[in-house]
Design a protein around this ligand. Sequence first.
Ligand code: SF4
Length: 192
Amino acid sequence: MIQYKHASVAAFEGYAGSSRSGFRAEVESQRSLGQLDDLLIYFDDRQAGATLSGPAAARIGKTLDSISEDLGPLPPMIADRARLRTMLASLARTLHVGVLADCFFDPGTAACLKQATGAQGPLTALCQPTLCPNACITARHRPVWARSAQEAATLLKEKRLSQLQRGILQQDLERASKVIDSIDKGQSAPGP
Ligand code: SF4
């Protein structure tokens, strides 16, 4: 399952990578701002009571809560947003938004890097969103998981499937259903 937004970033890097015009630096700068904006949405959603799911949920939730405590008693929408952006900057640099899960990339624990050598960033084609400690799933990802579950359920109605195909589809359905349940219950997504 390809995480399309990651893929678009990779494609954009491809265009920018060979230019000496400073375009790449501009791309990097815009991407950093985008990462910070994405993390601000995480922060504000959490303040509004949103829960996180996926293996990275506890780590990210703890970090956001600790930043909120450091900000003091003012509601975060009123608090100094510039200061908040500074406090979120380090975590934001690790954030890569995805369709099935967002990646808070830590190369030391990245499941995708264990399947490939030489890579330095997230390998979205090898992403394991329910297993990797860097994967964080939010309500924004729910429609894609629901569609995946629906597709697996539809395919399973086909009588001519081999036992192997049926087994794989059944696993997909169970995995997607668990993720959907965990989003709905606000719990950490379980393994495969
Ligand atoms: S496997 Fe982990 S580190 Fe790799 S892209 Fe997915 S969430 Fe990120």
